[in-house]
Design a protein around this ligand. Structure first.
Ligand code: GLN
Length: 249
């Protein structure tokens, strides 16, 4: 099965090797006999709402975000339509911030978001940096952890009733106060976790592949399990580093 991924602004938003997430999705798809076709969608490129099974946008500093924000806002209608028709989305840090309604950067510049996710983000005066550990429950009663690295000045405030990606076990999370991190609406996930995220969180990489395949097939398939010893060890190392920071900040 071909899975089509739209990689938004790979030439601008790729801080902390976030493109490694694409490499993991490609390999884990191939190990199950699927082909991941990655198509770059950058400034000035058209975005066809029904073209992609998964849209991916990585992170970047305020400067890179300012370079793409207007173009991303011009794609908002197409992205919202794609999500309405079941496309999945993974957005990391700077890309995550721009999926909200707005991002006020460190210099007070208001960047438009696309309003896909229910929040606003405002830069604070302290950069939140370090290893992070989250507890997630994407399916009722199934609790799993995500480990990663965060580096952001943005404080993301979810609207009342909005669903976070997970509860902060260690680290700052969305704003260093709420105790939660990320945001999830259906097949759309935004998170501050870099790393890159997916090599050390194989269950989540597979969850994203299932969402993308569900868009293509109309129903969520079962994926054969993979021998994830190395990935599991990488997760454990990252989780231990986060926990050694001494809990939530
Ligand atoms: N520029 C944003 C911030 O500092 C996002 C940073 C990032 O993508 N790592 O909050």
């Amino acid at each position: 099965m071909k899975i089509v991924v739209g990689h938004l602004y790979p030439d601008y938003l790729n801080i902390y090797a976030d493109r490694g997430n694409i490499a993991v999705l490609s390999r884990r798809a191939a190990w199950r006999g699927h082909e991941l076709e990655v198509r770059s969608v950058s400034v000035g490129d058209p975005l066809q709402p029904n073209e992609h099974d998964l849209l991916y946008i990585g992170g970047g500093q305020d400067r890179e975000q300012a370079l793409v924000a207007q173009d991303l806002a011009s794609k908002a209608e197409g992205i919202l339509e794609a999500v309405g028709e079941g496309s999945a989305v993974l957005a990391v840090c700077g890309g995550y911030q721009l999926l909200g309604r707005s991002y006020r950067d460190f210099h007070g510049l208001d960047l438009p978001g696309i309003g896909l996710l229910p929040f606003d983000t405002i830069a604070g005066d302290k950069r939140m940096i370090g290893d992070v550990l989250l507890e997630c429950e994407l399916e009722p009663g199934v609790r799993r952890t995500l480990a990663g690295f965060e580096n952001h000045v943005g404080r993301t405030r979810l609207d009342p009733g909005a669903h976070p990606l997970g509860r902060v076990v260690a680290g700052f999370g969305n704003d260093g106060e709420s105790g939660f991190e990320g945001c999830r609406v259906g097949r759309v996930v935004g998170t501050y976790l870099h790393g890159p995220l997916l090599p050390r969180n194989p269950w989540f990489a597979d969850w994203l592949l299932v969402q993308a395949l569900a868009h293509r097939l109309g129903e969520a398939p079962e994926l054969i399990p993979l021998p994830d010893e190395l990935e599991t060890e990488a997760h454990a190392v990252s989780a231990r580093r986060a926990e050694s920071r001494g809990g939530r900040h």
